[in-house]
Design a protein around this ligand. Structure first.
Ligand code: AMP
Ligand code: GLY
Length: 438
């Protein structure tokens, strides 16, 4: 019987994962809860936060593998009841998912494990943080401890900006995410999203991706969930990956195991490549969005087999194959995103040519038509023999999409060219991959 897979979420990342899973040679039956307009043929109408309904569905439908896409179901503890019901899942337990849901927890683990990261202090309330800042140096970074959908991080230049940031962190709008506040050293360098799969014992490096977090060209404007990605970044070398595995990933896994909360699932290491080497900005306990979109376009291996091996603790058997090509993803967002934006904008996707793909994010299908339903709406993606070729194709695709008033950045991937390295075949993100020797 065909294997049955449930992807949980509704973004571009979940469409990308479902699309790749549907191509697995074993032809698994894929479901997405709740999904979007791009996955309408396989959607299940269950919210990604309705943990008990998701577990009931997985049990009733005899799901062989659950893949939570976003941090939300993980931080609500989806994986624990699944494991209790013997349903394999790719993701950490509630306890281990604190690596993303509490920045103070992540910093504590990094300190214990000796993981390089920005110097930091945790404050139990806004007033204590303000007092500390009176005697501190700027710029520095102020972060709400909890999940804040990208709205809880502020880079501040002086005490006045810092006070405003603390007020924003502690405001009811962040729903308690800023009960505790982390203040940390400002790091400079090239930012990278590095992904591993972990099965509690083994860590399998996937690949690195560069995201573009700010809303506007030239890395200006407010932070967003991510406005576009490309992979592989040429400055991510085999040496950097090796260093990151040995200085970050293995010490982290050892510490989590020692705490009695072994880490299993996707580990997203947000890194700053500083003059003093890679330092961790944050851990996420899932694939990135829109990082997953370019990862699945470059992955040649059977995603179902790889993720099933991760859930079953068999990662040491996996050998990954990557396409020696560049992939680019341009996010088309609703006008106004990440602030207020309209919905129900009519959309039309053109017929796709070779090496092109459109993943849906905030879209909904109604009466045979497609409308926007969120802030990040569509992902125009393309693959090319190098980064300039992939960029050109992705932006040609953007021009053929009908999306009135779409907001998108015109410089996705340019940074990869500006660092002077372009996209080369050097580095370890190409060819065969096996779990790294420890
Ligand atoms: P985080 O959610 O902690 O990754 O922070 C969101 C974004 O803020 C990151 O992607 C970085 O661009 C920026 N950021 C966070 N921490 C720092 C830091 N210590 N130094 C410089 N930039 C930072
Ligand atoms: N694109 C960044 C994230 O998924 O957190």
């Amino acid at each position: 019987m065909a294997k049955r897979v449930l992807v949980v979420g509704k973004g571009g990342r979940e469409h990308a994962l479902a699309w790749k899973l549907e191509q697995s040679p074993s032809r698994p039956r894929v479901y997405v809860a709740p999904g979007n307009g791009g996955t309408a043929h396989i959607n299940v109408p269950i919210s990604q936060t309705d943990i008990s309904a998701l577990v009931r569905f997985a049990a009733a439908e005899q799901i062989d593998l659950v893949i939570p896409g976003s941090e939300e179901p993980l931080s609500l503890g989806l994986v624990d009841p699944l494991r209790a019901a013997d349903i394999p899942a790719v993701g950490p337990s509630l306890a281990a998912s604190q690596l993303e849901s509490s920045k103070a927890f992540a910093k504590q683990v990094m300190a214990e494990a000796g993981v390089p990261t920005a110097a930091w202090r945790v404050f139990e309330d806004g007033e204590a943080a303000r007092q500390y800042l009176l005697g501190s140096t700027f710029p520095c970074v102020i972060k709400a401890d909890g999940l804040a959908a990208g709205k809880g991080v502020f880079i501040v230049q002086d005490f006045r900006e810092a006070s405003a940031a603390i007020a924003a962190c502690t405001s009811p709008a962040l729903g308690g995410a800023g009960r505790r506040i982390v203040i940390e050293e400002y790091l400079q360098g090239e930012e990278i999203s590095f992904f591993c799969l972990c099965d509690g014992r083994t860590a399998l490096p996937l690949a690195a991706v560069q995201d573009h977090k700010r809303a506007f060209d030239g890395d200006t404007g407010p932070n967003t969930g991510g406005m576009g990605t490309y992979s592989p970044p040429a400055f991510w070398t085999a040496e950097l990956e090796e260093q990151t595995m040995h200085q970050v990933v293995y010490p982290l896994l050892d510490d989590m195991a020692r705490r009695g909360t072994p880490y299993q699932g996707v580990l997203f290491v947000g890194l700053m490549i500083t003059a003093a080497g890679p330092k961790v900005l944050e851990f996420n306990v899932r694939f990135g969005d829109p990082e997953a979109q370019v990862l699945v376009l470059r992955l040649k291996s059977d995603l179902y087999e790889v993720l099933a091996a991760c859930a079953a603790g068999r990662l040491e058997e996996v050998e990954l194959q990557w396409d020696p090509a560049a992939a680019v993803c341009v996010v088309l967002a609703a006008p106004g995103y990440p602030g207020e934006y309209p919905k129900e904008i009519p959309l039309e996707i053109p017929a796709l040519q070779d090496y092109e793909m459109v993943f849906h994010a905030g879209t909904v299908r109604r009466g045979g038509k497609l409308f926007s339903s969120g802030g990040r709406v569509l992902n125009a993606c393309a693959v090319g023999q190098d980064l300039p070729a992939a960029r050109k194709r992705a932006y040609q695709l953007v021009q053929r999409i009908t999306f009135p008033q779409a907001h998108y950045r015109t410089d996705i991937g340019l940074r990869g060219l500006e660092v002077g390295l372009g996209c080369t075949r050097s580095g370890s993100t190409w060819g065969e991959r096996t779990p790294t020797e420890r």
